[in-house]
Structures are given as structure tokens and as C-alpha cells.
Ligand binder design. Structure first.
Ligand code: NAD
Ligand code: DAU
Length: 354
């Protein structure tokens, strides 16, 4: 079949990537969607079981740092659009092992950019390299009501955000130097189904269910701006198709929560859905040593995206959290599988240890 577009989505077996792949495979049967993922601990093909047999879906296990593989895949599928999500994404891991973050997030992104430039050189028209980034590149805000805009100066603090900031600069440099059509978006904290349970929301839902301590960093006063993952995927779809080349859009929910207040909502919701008396799990809250360099507050101003492309979040937070908690409670086998590591051994057997 001749496809209208051939789109490469990197990191499609991860949390946000799997929602983007699902949306594109279902919404655009005339596009071929190539999901490229290394399947690190965070990548899990079980996230995509409902689309894995779709005729317009292809999976390639590959490392974005592998230049010859990137060249071969771009050529084989005549890729004309890239949505780049593959990354190491957990701040705590970056504090322990910054090199892996520099390798994947900086060198991996550069490798993919260079392969795309080579594949598209002389024919940039109609091509797009769309890089998915984070609000963490802007650093931290005080409790003063200010928001990150697209003009906010980069000031990353963690090795994770430093690596994402660096990759953003490389993406923009490929536009400014070679004229490659690129685009960057910076999004706030996502939540929803299929998030690896090392991140706050799925980790705490799982711990509440199993009566395990809830490790609150510092005083629990840090603030994050939460967006339901499907709303992020919808924004990516819109921006991929209608965003201005070389531009930047911030994506966020105007939905700020202090960690401790969010944790109390999680406790209440899990207890209610499990039929436990109200307050039954409050004692699980355990204040622990703060994260090193813990950013105080993130909050995104996404008015540019709303004004120019008409995007806005579709879900109220209460509804999103209810849906999310229900999903994790209903999908305990998924949680068990990703926490046991059994799925990793399965993939090594299937695809080898590349
Ligand atoms: P995730 O950790 O759940 O998924 C990352 C995916 O990338 C995994 O499937 C993993 O196997 C794959 N990957 C890692 N290294 C790779 C490599 N070398 N080659 C190929 N694939 C590789 O991450 P996520 O939370 O879904 O985040 C996706 C992207 O969105 C990241 O770039 C992240 O920085 C960005 N982002 C995340 C959030 C959030 O709240 N989760 C918010 C804003 C931006
Ligand atoms: O802002 C976007 C970013 O959001 C993304 O770029 C990152 O990929 C994503 O991981 C996320 O980063 P955070 O560090 O904000 O997310 P995390 O879920 O790790 O932590 C959320 C808040 O909860 C943060 O203030 C730290 C705190 N926390 C986290 C964990 C895992 C705890 O208090 N205890 C915990 O056990």
C-alpha cells in the first residue's frame, strides 16, 4: 500500500510514546507508523497490544545512538516525519547515572538529527523533525504565580533536564544551520495509564494498594503542573500537523498541585475505590530525605498553543485522577509485570540483547 505519510515515532513503547502511537495508528489508517524503541526498562510493548496487529503499524527495536540503524530505518520506510520521544526520563536515575542521560538524550538525539539531515538533504520540503521536550529545561519557579513561557530562559538543574536542554539546542541548531524543518514542544508533568511505576503517581497508587510506605521527598511542598497524557498526545497530533516550523510551543494543564495535596487525593481515591474506610492509608505517608537539587515549582503558560492552534486540556483533574487510579487498580497484572522485570527477559529472548 502507498501511504500518505511515513512517520517515525521514537520511544513509542514508553509511557507518552505509546499514547501517541495509539492515537496516530487509529486516527490515520493512511499513515504508516513506525515505532522505534530500544526497549529499555521503561519500554514495554504490552502498552500497545491493542494496535500491534494494525496494518499501518510497524515496530523496530533499535537504539537511537546507532547511526547505521537510523540511516537504514529512515531509508527503508521513506520516513518523512519524525516525532522524537525516546529518552531517559526519570530525574532520580539521572542523579545516580548522568552519563546514560547524556548518551541517550544528547548523543542519541544528535545521531537521529544527523541521520534525518542526511536522508532529507536537498528535499526538506514536507519533512518535519518534531522533538518532544519538557518544562524542566526552564529550571524552577518560586511560589510567586509566575509561569514558564516560550521566552523563559533555559536554566536546567538536574542532569536529566540539562540533557534535555542540550538536545533542544541541537534540534534548533539543525534548523538554524542546515535549514532542517524542526519543532520543539515543552510539556509539564504527564499522568495516566502505562506510566512506569517509578514516577510519583503510579508508584504511590501501587504502594497505597499494597499498604507500603509513600516516600514523600522533603516536606512535600514542591509544586508540579499535571496534564492527562491523552491531552498531551492530542496536542502533539495538532502541532505535528499545524505547528509552525522552527517554533516552540509550551503544553500544560494550568493545573498546579503541591505534592502533598496530590498525594492526599491519591490516598482518598484509592481507599474509596478499594472500599476502605476514609483515612485508612494516611499513615503510609513517610517524609524522606529530599531529592538533590529538587526543583521547587513548575508551571506552564500554554496560552500560545491555545490561542494559535485552539488546543486546550479536555479533562478536569478530578476526572483524570479517578480514571488513572481505576486503570492501575484494574490493571494489576501490568503493574506486576513491569515491577517484576519478567517482561525484560521475554524481550531479550524475542529480540536478543542488542
Ligand atoms: P518513558 O521513560 O516512559 O519512555 C521512554 C521510551 O524511550 C522507552 O520506551 C524507552 O525504551 C525508549 N528509549 C530509551 N532510550 C532509548 C534509546 N537509546 N533508543 C531508543 N529508544 C529508547 O518516558 P516518557 O515519560 O514517556 O517521556 C517521553 C518523552 O517525553 C521524553 O523525551 C521526556 O523527556 C518527555 N516528557 C515527559 C514528560 C512526563 O511527564 N513523563 C513530560 C514532558 C516531556
Ligand atoms: O515536568 C516534566 C517532567 O515531569 C518530565 O520531563 C519527567 O520526565 C517526568 O519524570 C516528570 O519529572 P518529575 O521529577 O516532576 O516527576 P516525578 O514523578 O519523579 O516526581 C514528581 C514530584 O514528586 C517531584 O516533586 C518529586 C516528588 N516525588 C517523586 C517520587 C518518585 C516524591 O516526593 N516521592 C517519590 O517517590
Amino acid at each position: 500500500m502507498d501511504y500518505k505519510r511515513n512517520i517515525l515515532i521514537t520511544g513509542g513503547a514508553g509511557f507518552i510514546g505509546s499514547h501517541v502511537v495509539r492515537l496516530f495508528v487509529k486516527k490515520y489508517p493512511d499513515y504508516r507508523i513506525v515505532n522505534l524503541d530500544k526497549l529499555t526498562y521503561a519500554g514495554n510493548l504490552a502498552n500497545l497490544q491493542d494496535v500491534e496487529h494494525a496494518p499501518n503499524y510497524v515496530f523496530e527495536r533499535a537504539d537511537i545512538c546507532d547511526y547505521p540503524r537510523m540511516q537504514a530505518i529512515l531509508r527503508q520506510y521513506a520516513i518523512d516525519g519524525i516525532i522524537h520521544l525516546a529518552a531517559e526520563s526519570h530525574v532520580d536515575r539521572s542523579i545516580k547515572d548522568p552519563f546514560t542521560f547524556a548518551k541517550t538524550n544528547v548523543l542519541g538525539t544528535l545521531t537521529l538529527l544527523q541521520a534525518a539531515k542526511e536522508a532529507w538533504e536537498g528535499a526538506f520540503e514536507g519533512k518535519l523533525f518534531y522533538h518532544i521536550s519538557t518544562d524542566e529545561v526552564y529550571g524552577a519557579l518560586q511560589f510567586d504565580g509566575t509561569l514558564f513561557t516560550e521566552e523563559t530562559k533555559y536554566a536546567p538543574h538536574s542532569p536529566y533536564s540539562a540533557s534535555k536542554a542540550s538536545s533542544d539546542h541541537f534540534v534548533r541548531a539543525f534548523h538554524d544551520t542546515y535549514g532542517m524543518p524542526t519543532l520543539v514542544t515543552n510539556c509539564s508533568n504527564n499522568y495516566g495509564p502505562y506510566q512506569f511505576p517509578e514516577k510519583l503517581i503510579p508508584l504511590f497508587i501501587n504502594n497505597i494498594r499494597h499498604n507500603k510506605p509513600l516516600p514523600v521527598y522533603g516536606k512535600g511542598e514542591n509544586v508540579r503542573d499535571w496534564l492527562y497524557v491523552e491531552d498531551h498526545a492530542r496536542a502533539i497530533d495538532l502541532i505535528f500537523h499545524r505547528g509552525r516550523v522552527a517554533d516552540t510551543y509550551n503544553i500544560g494543564g494550568f493545573n498546579e498541585w503541591r505534592n502533598i495535596d496530590l498525594i492526599k487525593v491519591l490516598i482518598k481515591t484509592v481507599d474509596r475505590l478499594l472500599g476502605r474506610p476514609e483515612g485508612a492509608s494516611d499513615h503510609l505517608i513517610t517524609y524522606v530525605t529530599d531529592r538533590q537539587g529538587h526543583d521547587l515549582r513548575y508551571a506552564i503558560d500554554s496560552r500560545k498553543l491555545q490561542r494559535e492552534l485552539g488546543w486546550e486540556p479536555s479533562l478536569q483533574f478530578e476526572e483524570g485522577i479517578e480514571r488513572t487510579v481505576r486503570w492501575y487498580l484494574d490493571n494489576q497484572p501490568w503493574l506486576d509485570q513491569v515491577t517484576s522485570g519478567a517482561y525484560q527477559q521475554y524481550y531479550e529472548k524475542m529480540y536478543g540483547n542488542r
